[in-house]
Design a protein around this ligand. Structure first.
Ligand SMILES: [Zn+2]
Length: 110
């Protein structure tokens, strides 16, 4: 997989790493992926609403898993959850545009 030649739709800071997010035509194989080497997330551009947000957050969690070094060994549930929560706290603090994006894509009726 090569780096996209287009500008990312947004960049999300996860720990010390800036992850570029691209919305790309899907291949039906998967709706999203995260690659550590390219520090990028790709999401199927056909997704909308809850499925779109779910998929992006899924890939953000894969990024946390990688960056938080959870992938290296058998992880205790408590440690995995603690690292996820700490990173999510940082992500929500440092990426107000992401919070706005989530809210916009999860409209509530009434
Ligand atoms: Zn996955």
């Amino acid at each position: 997989m090569s780096k996209q030649n287009i500008e990312p739709t947004m960049t999300i800071k996860v720990g010390g790493i800036d992850i570029d997010v691209f919305f790309v035509p899907g291949d039906n194989d998967s709706f999203g992926d995260f690659t550590y080497l390219q520090t990028q997330i790709r999401v199927d551009s056909r997704l909308e609403g809850g499925a779109l947000v779910d998929t992006l957050l899924h890939e953000v969690f894969h990024a946390i898993w990688s960056i938080g070094q959870l992938k290296e060994k058998d992880q205790e549930e408590e440690r995995a959850v603690a690292v996820m929560a700490s990173y999510m706290t940082q992500i929500l603090r440092d990426n107000p545009h992401l919070v706005k994006w989530i809210t916009k894509n999860l409209p509530r009726n009434g």
